[in-house]
Unconditional design. Structure first.
Length: 123
């Protein structure tokens, strides 16, 4: 069972923006759109073409990406274009790095423990 300080620490570190970001990245169509936008800004119609999705569905996906701050959109006449906001991925990167550090430390402690047990067994 989790101790109270661990729960408080977890809750204190919880960033609601991470929920939006992970939700936005959870869909393969949205990830495909982000992959395309990584090469540069493009029109919505260009983003929609390889997905096989209808335009209203693509617009809903783009709305999720925009709400998460991963893209910005702009309308020029009748053409709506999208561009990636790469720095919006920083909170995910930071969170994953923190998780990596935590798990590496845990695994190091486990390795030390197992090594100590094996040495004690040999004696």
């Amino acid at each position: 069972m989790w101790s109270e300080p661990a729960i408080v620490s977890f809750v204190a570190k919880h960033d609601p923006n991470l929920d939006l970001l992970f939700h936005a990245l959870s869909d393969p169509s949205r990830r495909m759109m982000l992959d395309r936008l990584a090469r540069g800004p493009t029109a919505v119609s260009e983003l929609a073409r390889p997905t096989g999705l209808r335009l209203p569905t693509v617009m809903r996906h783009l709305s999720v990406l925009e709400e998460a701050g991963l893209i910005v959109t702009q309308k020029d006449g009748r053409v709506r274009s999208c561009a990636l906001v790469p720095e919006a991925l920083a909170p995910i990167h930071d969170w994953l790095e923190e998780q990596r550090r935590i798990w590496e430390a845990r695994l190091d402690r486990l390795d030390d423990y197992v090594t100590r047990l094996m040495k004690e067994r040999e004696q």
